[in-house]
Write a protein that binds this ligand. Sequence first.
Ligand SMILES: [Zn+2]
Length: 423
Amino acid sequence: MHDLETASRETIAAHQMGRLRAGLARILPHNRFYHEKLSPDGRAFPALESLADLSHLPFTNKRELIADQAAHPPYGSNLTYPLSDYVRLHQTSGTTGHPLKILDTQESWDWWAECWTSIYRAAGVTRDDIVFLAFGFGPFIGFWSAYEGAKRLGALTVPGGGMDSVQRLRAIEDVGATALVCTPSYALRLAEVAQECGMDMRDSTVRVTIHAGEPGASIPATRERIERAWGAQTYDHAGMTEMGAFGFACSQQNGVHVNEGEFIAEILDPHSQRPAADGEVGELVLTNLGRWGCPAIRYRTGDLVRHGGYRCGCGRAFLSLPGGVLGRADDMLIVRGVNVYPSALADVLHRFPDVAEYRIIVTKDGAMDEIAIEAECPPEVTPRIQQELHVALNLRIPVEAVAKDTLPRFELKARRVEDRRGH
Ligand SMILES: [Zn+2]
C-alpha cells in the first residue's frame, strides 16, 4: 500500500491540489479545448486555493467532447501536445452513441499502467502471478491498460485476444494462469463453457479474478456466483476510456475505493449539483491528475455511486463507494413508482444457480415502465424468483422460463435489458 492511501484527508487533499495546479499549468497554454472552457474570452482563470474551489470550474461531459471532435476532426481540440507526441489511440465502445476517440502520450499511457498496479496490489496480485486477459484486443480500451499494468507489476502477462472461449480456457490451463481479468458476464460465460466441455474451473490455478466494464463484481450475488464458479476471490474495478482506471476493490470486497492519489472525486446530485453526504447516492464527477495529454476536468461520468466515507477495514483513507458503480444514471427504470436498477435485478437472479442467463424486457404501459424477465431455468424455479424479486424490490415482476441456450451471451459488456418502449 502506498503511504498516501492511509494518509490523513488533509495530506490527500494537499497532494491532489499540488497535482491539479501543476497539471493546469501544463494544460492551459496549449490545450485549446480547456483553454476556451476555463478562460473564455481570455478571462482570468479562477484561483484555486483549496479543493472546495474546484466547484468554480465548469463540468465537462461526453456530449461536449463528441461535439468538439465533430468540429475539429478527427481528434478534437482536447490535446495538450503536438500530435506526434501521442502513442496510443482508443475509442469508446459507442454503445450509447457516437464513439469518442481518445489519445494518450507515452507519459499518460504509463500513468494508466501505474493506476492498474494499484488495482492488482489491492487484489493481492504480485509479480509471481500469471495474468490472463480474456479480452479481444481492439480499439476499445477495455483491458489494454490492465495488460500494461500487469507488465509494469512484473507479472507474466498473457493476452487472450483472437480466441474463442474454449481456446481461452485451454490457454488458462496450459499456462497455469493465477489471475483472470475480464468482464463479470464473461467470467460467468467462461465457467459455463467450461462446464459444457467437462472442465471444472474450481480446480484451475486461477485464484483471483478482476472485473470491469459493467457492474457485477460488486453485486453480492454476482460476485459469489463468479467466486463459486472459479474457486477464486473476485475483485471489482471501475474505469472509463475518457477518464482512466479510477476505482479498485480492497480486501473488504465491498465496492471500490477511488484512487484519490490520481483522481479527484466529487459525488453530486445529478439535478441540483449539491454534494452528496455520506451514505447518499449521486453522480460521480471525476478529475484525473496524470493524463495531461488528454485531460478530463470535472468530468460527469454518468455513473451513480454511493458516498461511503473515508474509513475502511483495509486501513485506506481513500473514498469508498460501497456497491461500486451502481449503474448509469440513464439505466434507471421507474416501475410503478419504484426506481429499479438492472444491478438490483442481477443481485436477485444470480442467487439462483439454476438460472443460466436472463433478459429484462422493458415495455411501456401508458406513461409507466413495465418490466418482465425471461430466465433460462426450469419452469418450476420461476415462482421462487418472483417471490425473491418481490421481497427485494417490493414489485411483482413476471418471470418466464425459456429453454437453455436461447438467450444471448456476452464477451464484453452485457446487454441484458431489451427496451421495447419504442422511443
Ligand atoms: Zn478498503
